[in-house]
Ligand binder design. Structure first.
Ligand code: COI
Length: 332
């Protein structure tokens, strides 16, 4: 069995090598290039491919995989929003993802960002860089005094809820699907509007499906409390950036923690040499604000998560080859 793993980063390679040593019956090729029209040829002769990338898996690439007889594609991440679903169906390719490499990694990151915002870390860092060790005017807020509205209660949302509760916050939640345990605790509100109206903090953990695109827009912000804090470690497309900038300008939104951005592809996880070289004015506008923390999609980036992404995806590819199925199959 031959598995070609695309886009293998230096931080993933030791885990890939370790997996290969533990699975000597599998020929493992670790390709550092992403899967695209040029590199797809390397999949010729492979029984399965293992991939992770933020850029699209286009129809032309997927058709080529079909032409080469590659039937199994295993993602090392959760999100499937960058895959051409029609092409996958047309070519009869089975896709797996890694739905839970570490929900705690994302949850811990989200709450860490909120704490940094509430305790004004960025403001103090700027002041200290100029030798200003004064307290005022950066009086902080306490999470234990707040109501946190968790939008979507999948694995990551639920891991975040546990941590918010550990800080003593009141937590309410919205999701179309109700988790029985949270339901029993009476945590759910019936509509997003109720969540917006009651929350001091809104913590987004929803996937990038069409219905969620720009779910936080002018109208949604207008239904929120004045001075609400927004956290988005999920997908950039959930927030209408122009509307967020307006809400920050008006003070409707007190601050935001953004690990994702709607136009992040090509910018995040690249060294652009200087702040001025960042080719996106809206992003720079957000980054310059003391009450906004922007990070380049790093919530997942922990040792445990990276190892699990490699291991779970490689195991899924092997399972697909050996049994024709996997418990991580994605439905298109
Ligand atoms: C995902 O798993 O879908 C993520 O968003 C993390 C990715 C950057 C590896």
């Amino acid at each position: 069995m031959k598995i070609v793993a695309y886009g293998i980063r230096d931080d993933e390679r030791p885990f890939l090598n370790q997996w290969a040593e533990e699975n000597p019956s599998v020929e493992v090729i670790g390709n550092s290039e992403l899967l695209d029209d040029e590199t797809v040829v390397d999949a010729k002769g492979a029984d399965g491919i293992v991939v992770y990338q933020q850029k699209p898996y286009t129809a032309s690439v997927i058709d080529k995989l079909g032409e080469y007889g590659v039937k199994f594609m295993s993602l090392r991440n959760v999100g499937i929003d960058n895959i051409d679903a029609d092409a996958i169906k047309r070519n009869g390719i089975l896709v797996t993802n890694v739905p839970a490499y570490s929900p705690e990694a994302i949850a811990e990151y989200t709450v860490a960002t909120l704490m940094a915002l509430l305790r004004r870390f960025k403001n103090f860092a700027h002041k200290e860089a100029n030798g200003n060790m004064k307290w005022a005017p950066d009086l902080a807020d306490e999470l234990n005094q707040m109501t946190v509205g968790v939008y979507a209660t999948g694995k990551i949302g639920r891991a975040a809820i546990k941590i918010y509760q550990g800080f003593g916050a009141k937590v309410i939640a919205y999701d179309i699907f109700h988790n029985p345990e949270l339901e029993a605790e009476g945590m759910y509100v019936d509509t997003p509007e109720e969540l917006y109206a009651q929350s001091d903090v809104i913590s987004l953990h929803a996937p990038a499906v069409a219905e969620n695109e720009h779910m936080l827009n002018d109208e949604a912000f207008s239904k929120m409390k004045d001075g609400v804090w927004i956290l988005n470690p999920a997908r950039g497309s959930l927030i209408d950036t122009d509307a967020l900038l307006r809400a920050l300008d008006s003070g409707k939104v007190a601050g935001a923690g953004l690990d994702v951005y709607e136009d992040e592809v090509g910018i995040f996880n690249n060294d652009l040499g200087s702040f001025d070289n960042i080719p996106d004015e809206r992003l720079k506008n957000l980054m310059k604000r003391e009450n906004v923390i922007v990070t380049p999609h790093i919530a997942f980036y922990t040792k445990k998560a990276v190892k699990n992404m490699v291991y779970f995806a490689m195991n899924a590819s092997k399972d697909l080859n050996e049994t024709g199925t996997s418990d991580k199959l994605v439905k298109f």
